[in-house]
Design a binder for this molecule. Structure first.
Ligand SMILES: Nc1ncnc2c1ncn2[C@@H]1O[C@H](COP(=O)(O)OP(=O)(O)O)[C@@H](O)[C@H]1O
Ligand SMILES: [Mg+2]
Length: 368
């Protein structure tokens, strides 16, 4: 079904690319040469990396500098060199722990912009780098649950029971089978009724926050290792489920698809966030914007990216996520691309984005 469609979608019009990886190649370059391309070895000077010894770092640097510079006119070669650098740079790397749990709501009321894909892949990337990560699937479609490979058939304890029936989050948490240090709270079909059921409940906007804060506090009280990151995946609307997610999060991550109308609706989203901030959650900040499904061969994508960076210079991650067949295939195997094809361009892009985010915990005072 969708797999063959995905393959067709992703093949380039000129038919130059012949393999999935080759089709991925050449599409992640925003402007070239750019500091975010091939700059992996030099773009994070002095950033702390837990567990990386000095000698290990020197060895890694030497390997990275041995990857030849390539002519920017050959996109495939440039992409392969970038991937090689990223693989060397990121393989086995441990990312810094945030001082306190970062709770990140992934939102955009547009559908299909990469919210779920971003949620699960950043989460898996951070977990792969040694951090403890919890994903809350707050979308009745349950796509994040599918990608994490966690049970979400009707009747499974889920975020619905937490939101509507006051069950503790602990009863619904499942370990992700493929990635150590990654857990998920699934969404089942029941959640599709929650938007309406919540209306008549007390403290309808703050139910998720209370449940999550309690869960995190109880873990600490029991002496368990703290969770480093919580991601809340949102449905494509600004209803009560999304409001609950905004009240829960201390940060918002907005994925933006580099396509027509990408910025349409963004002002409404930002207005909603301001309202939440004014009335329900003064801490909330839009900390991170990630450009997804980036196709650097089109002027449009480059224009959208430039415009987003101009408006949100501090929030927009340098790393962009290319359109990648491997990324879109992974959920049909109940996996993130981090385990489905860890060496692919898409997995490396998400891992690099995860590293950038993790370094913000150390570098940005507003996130400490
Ligand atoms: N970088 C990417 N490359 C190719 N396909 C992608 C990419 N990111 C997302 N997709 C696909 O696009 C569709 C929408 O993505 P999704 O993350 O579900 O968006 P949302 O959660 O915002 O609705 C999905 O089929 C997903 O597999
Ligand atoms: Mg989604």
């Amino acid at each position: 079904m969708s797999m063959s469609a995905d393959r067709q979608d992703a093949s380039s019009e000129d038919g130059t690319w012949s393999t999935p990886d080759a089709r991925d190649a050449g599409v992640s370059r925003e402007t070239s040469p750019s500091p975010e391309i091939g700059g992996g070895s030099t773009s994070h000077p002095g950033a702390p990396h837990a567990g990386a010894s000095h000698a290990g770092d020197l060895h890694r640097e030497a390997l990275i500098s041995s990857v030849p510079e390539v002519d920017e006119d050959t996109p495939l070669a440039a992409q392969l060199a970038l991937d090689a650098r990223r693989r060397l740079e990121l393989d086995g790397r441990r990312f810094p722990r945030p001082e306190r749990t970062r709770i990140i709501t992934v939102a955009n009321q547009k559908g299909g912009v990469g919210k779920t894909t971003t949620t699960v892949n950043l989460a898996a990337g951070l977990a792969r780098a040694g951090l403890k990560v919890l994903v809350i699937d707050n979308d009745p479609q349950g796509n994040a649950s599918t990608a994490l490979g966690i049970e979400h058939r009707a009747g499974t304890p889920s975020i619905y029971e937490v939101l509507v029936e006051d069950e503790p989050i602990e009863t619904a948490v499942q370990a992700c089978p493929d990635v150590e240090g990654l857990w998920g709270v699934p969404a089942t079909i029941d959640l599709s009724g929650a938007e309406i059921e919540l209306v008549s409940l007390v403290s309808r906007e703050t139910r998720l926050r209370k449940a999550l804060d309690r869960y995190l506090d109880e873990r600490t009280a029991r002496g368990e290792e703290p969770i480093d990151y919580v991601f809340v995946d949102c449905p494509p609307s600004l209803g009560l489920l999304t409001v609950n997610a905004f009240v829960t999060g201390r940060e918002v991550l907005i994925p933006i698809q580099c396509e027509y109308y990408a910025l349409e609706g963004l002002s409404q989203l930002l207005k909603t966030i301001e309202l939440i901030k004014a009335h329900l959650n003064p801490e909330l900040v839009v900390s991170t914007i990630l450009l997804t499904m980036y196709d650097g061969r089109t002027n449009l994508a480059q224009q959208v990216a430039a415009e987003v960076r101009q408006h949100f210079p501090d929030q927009t991650l340098r790393t962009t996520v290319p359109r990648s067949v491997r990324i879109s295939e992974a959920p049909s195997y109940g996996q993130t691309v981090m385990t489905y094809d860890p060496g692919s361009t898409g997995a490396l892009a998400y891992l690099e984005a995860a590293r950038e985010m993790s370094e913000h915990s150390v570098q940005r005072a507003d996130l400490r």
